[in-house]
Design a protein around this ligand. Structure first.
Ligand code: NAD
Length: 357
């Protein structure tokens, strides 16, 4: 197969590309605009492969997307390109509307035109896989509010109730993808995944931010009480799940992907402090750097995924526990501090984003 991956220079897209080139015989075309979040170093370990190609392009640019599809003739599209940081969407929603909604619309239309020129056999096998988030569902009851909270999980039938400009833009994109399936018969598949963590995560996100601030002995910011619950999945498990879905998933279906690892943000920060104290001992440890800061406006309280469908129907389960994945992650950051420095240079100094007005 030849897979066209959008956003392949980002955190999850690069993990998908490293997985495909490293573990399969498939070819990959990486289409990325290289925003502040995109970095080709994240695919450097596989980019020498003859099965890898890069196209520097904006998914909102229809003539460019038409040219790329005509040139590379992919068998499937894995669409990950997005503006992805909730805090940035609070400060400036425009880019989120443009890339996440208009960009997805542009890709859908370009794909529809491209498919008309495929022979019947290739058209029947073609897939448009849209990668989305569990944040489209809004938040779940929190154990602090109700004793039966753990009975609630997001399933593929949960109604959409997004809270932030980011999640609303992703929800809009999901709706467009489903409409293009129903109206035009496009062979689309949607996946909604929980919070990812692992190597090559841009340092604005919680886990790398805490690791890097701790190593520089800077405050470790925790939003509000730190009791917000997320369901953490190691990024390489997500990449394996996405590859399974694009190969074996049913067109028209949705699959939820999650790690069965519900943790409060405070627990995650404490775990990171413990690991760093073991791997990079500091007098007094790291927990005394924890600083509670005003909460994010509209902050969702709890996410948790029921990943039963992808397990039953496609046989996918995560390989990493939170404990094994978080240790790998910390070790990776300790070995790759120069990557962290380079991706932040000139664009980001780990300042507070999205505090609201
Ligand atoms: P990321 O911000 O790390 O990477 C996004 C990539 O998209 C970057 O390489 C960027 O350059 C590229 N990009 C942005 N705008 C573009 C445009 N207009 N044209 C072409 N390329 C563009 O994001 P990520 O964390 O890797 O997330 C990838 C996808 O997975 C997103 O769609 C996100 O909504 C979804 N997702 C993320 C998580 C998570 O925990 N990070 C969880 C579930 C789903």
């Amino acid at each position: 197969m030849k897979l066209l991956v959008t956003g392949g220079a980002g955190f999850i897209g690069s993990a998908v590309i490293r997985h495909i080139i490293g573990n399969t015989a498939d070819e990959v075309v990486n289409v990325d605009k290289l925003t502040y979040a995109g970095n080709l170093e994240s695919v450097a370990e596989v980019s020498h492969s003859g099965r890898y190609a890069f196209e520097h392009a904006d998914i909102c640019d229809r003539p460019e997307i038409d040219r790329i599809l005509a040139r590379h003739q992919p068998d499937a599209i894995m669409h990950l390109a997005a503006e992805s940081h909730v805090d940035r969407s609070i400060d400036g929603p425009a880019d989120f509307i443009e890339t996440n909604i208009v960009g997805t619309y542009t890709l859908l239309e370009a794909t529809r035109a491209y498919m008309q020129n495929l022979d019947e056999n290739r058209r029947n096998r073609f897939r448009f896989h849209h990668i989305s988030t569990d944040e489209v569902f809004g938040d779940l009851p929190h154990p602090g509010d109700t004793p039966d909270a753990d009975q609630y999980r997001f399933t593929e039938r949960t109604a959409y109730r997004p809270s932030s400009p980011y999640s609303a833009s992703k929800a809009s994109a999901d709706h467009l993808v489903r409409a293009w399936r129903r109206t035009y018969g496009l062979p689309t598949i949607v996946t909604n995944c929980s919070n990812n963590y692992g190597p090559y995560h841009f340092p604005e996100k919680l886990i790398p931010l805490i690791i890097l601030n701790a190593l520089e002995e800077k405050p470790l910011p925790v939003y509000g009480k730190g009791d917000q619950i997320r369901d953490w999945l190691y990024v390489e498990d997500h990449a394996r799940a996405l590859y399974r879905v694009v190969n074996k998933g049913e067109p028209g279906e949705t699959y939820n992907i999650g790690g069965h690892n519900e943790k409060t943000n405070a627990e995650v920060v404490h775990t990171l402090c413990d690991l760093l104290a073991e791997l990079c001992p500091r007098l007094g440890g790291y927990k005394n750097l924890i600083t509670h800061v005003p909460d994010r406006p509209g902050h969702d309280r709890r996410y948790a995924i029921d990943a039963g469908k992808i397990q039953r129907e496609l046989g996918w389960t995560p390989e990493e526990t939170f404990e094994t994945g978080i240790r790998k992650t910390v070790l990776w950051y300790l070995d790759n501090l120069e990557w962290c420095q380079r991706v932040q240079d000139g664009t980001y100094q780990r300042e507070r984003l999205g505090a609201g007005i």
